[in-house]
Design a protein around this ligand. Structure first.
Ligand code: FES
Length: 157
């Protein structure tokens, strides 16, 4: 990373600590802001957040890796999360997973080369009676069928 980029990110994190405070309680909101703006939270960002909040970098890393909506790696602008919990599994999750992989031409855990889509599994999203279910960013899609998935993806293209 270039020195100028490092400075820009440090300034950004300093500004966030001014808005949210420099206490431990500010950690999650600051991480969410960085995730939103940069699509991930780099090692450097984690170190700077730890330094400015006066906490150990391991604590920052622990929070980033605990929450599925935070990431240490760059992800796509659209994150497709298919529910893998038992009710959706029994309702036909596998066929949906195969369709998503085929249509996006990536495997679960991967991001498309144009950084548009990331494909992930998630656990129950509270739509068990309408499974199989998935999220695209914050939007919920239920009663999925392979053809419905193809139509949904088309709307995002
Ligand atoms: S099991 Fe899939 S939404 Fe609950």
């Amino acid at each position: 990373m270039l020195v100028s980029e490092k400075n820009a990110l440090t300034i950004e994190i300093e500004d966030l600590t001014k808005s949210f405070g420099d206490q431990r309680e500010s950690l999650l909101p600051i991480l969410q802001e960085i995730q939103l703006k940069h699509g991930h939270i780099s090692d450097f960002a984690q170190q700077e957040i730890a330094r400015l909040l006066d906490i150990h970098p391991v604590e920052v890393y622990g929070v980033v890796t605990f929450y599925s909506f935070l990431s240490t790696e760059p992800k796509g602008r659209l994150i497709v999360r298919l529910c893998q919990t038992i009710t959706c599994d029994l309702a036909g999750k596998e066929a949906i997973a195969n369709t998503l992989e085929k249509e996006l031409q990536i495997k679960f855990g991967e991001t498309t080369p144009d950084k548009k889509f990331t494909l992930e599994y998630c656990n129950c999203i509270g739509m068990c009676d309408q499974g199989p279910a998935m999220l695209i960013n914050e939007q919920v899609f239920t009663k999925l069928t392979p053809s419905k998935v193809i139509e949904i993806l088309k709307k995002f293209n």
